[in-house]
Design a protein around this ligand. Structure first.
Ligand code: ADP
Ligand code: ADP
Length: 208
């Protein structure tokens, strides 16, 4: 369970960004939708412990993130949180398979070949498995970014604009895949986006 309370954040010389309270229940899907610049990415970074909570609290399973050390937060995130970022975080000189393998190896030294193949298969990446990231198209890189966020079967999935550069058909595919993975891994899923198309895929739990 991820819960925020009275959360706000202020960047240097800017107005405070004030967030609604959010409770993300295990196994639940939630969509946070709003125009760009309102603070969606900031909210997700706070919930994932990538930014320090200056005001208010973020608690995961009852533990407030600001009571943990940097190291403890990194370890927890590495094990239990899957982040799908807008900017990709992979090593371009390595191939797809090794990028996935590397992500599996931290913080627990897991080497699950079956999981790598299965996920790559579902994301249409198997035929690119041995290709260096440099050699992948934009769309393939986006799918690898999604795979990296899911490879360790995280119990919480945070996805930041996962559909931003996709056409309608791929938008639907990516949302379906995220929901399906969340179901398989019994994870909670939080998607933040300005993409109005995503709304029709979520009946409840839309935070505007
Ligand atoms: P969204 O994801 O909804 O587009 P962001 O969380 O990225 O919104 O940004 C919210 C506001 O905070 C914007 O006005 C943005 O310019 C500002 N902001 C984001 N990151 C920084 C930063 N590192 N330093 C200063 N201001 C920032
Ligand atoms: P570094 O700056 O040392 O190269 P990274 O940016 O790769 O570190 O990762 C920083 C932290 O974010 C680590 O705790 C790492 O496990 C975590 N991390 C990186 N990518 C993801 C992801 N897709 N999902 C969850 N956690 C991630």
């Amino acid at each position: 369970m991820v819960e925020t309370s009275n959360l706000s954040y202020t960047y240097d010389n800017s107005e405070a960004l004030v967030f609604p309270d959010i409770s993300l229940i295990p196994g639940e899907h939630m969509l946070v939708i709003g125009p760009s610049g309102v603070g969606k990415t900031t909210l997700l970074y706070l919930m994932a412990g990538l930014l320090p909570t200056l005001k208010g609290t973020v608690a995961i399973d009852g533990t407030e993130l600001n009571t943990l050390s940097r190291k403890e937060i990194d370890k927890f995130r590495g094990e239990h949180i899957g982040l799908i970022f807008q900017q990709y975080h992979f090593i371009k000189s390595l191939n797809v398979s090794d990028n996935l393998r590397l992500r599996q190896s931290f913080p627990k030294n897991i080497n699950d070949t079956k999981r790598r193949y299965e996920l790559a298969e579902r994301l249409g990446l198997t035929q690119h498995f041995e290709k260096k990231v440099n050699a992948l198209s934009h769309g393939q890189q986006q799918r690898l970014g999604i795979a990296l966020g899911l490879i360790h079967k995280p119990k919480i999935i945070f996805a930041d604009e996962p559909t931003s550069n996709l056409d309608d058909s791929n938008c639907t595919k990516v949302i379906d895949l995220l929901k399906e993975e969340a179901k398989i891994c019994k994870s909670s899923l939080l998607i933040i986006t300005h993409d109005q198309r995503v709304k029709s895929h979520f009946k409840n739990q839309v935070v505007l």
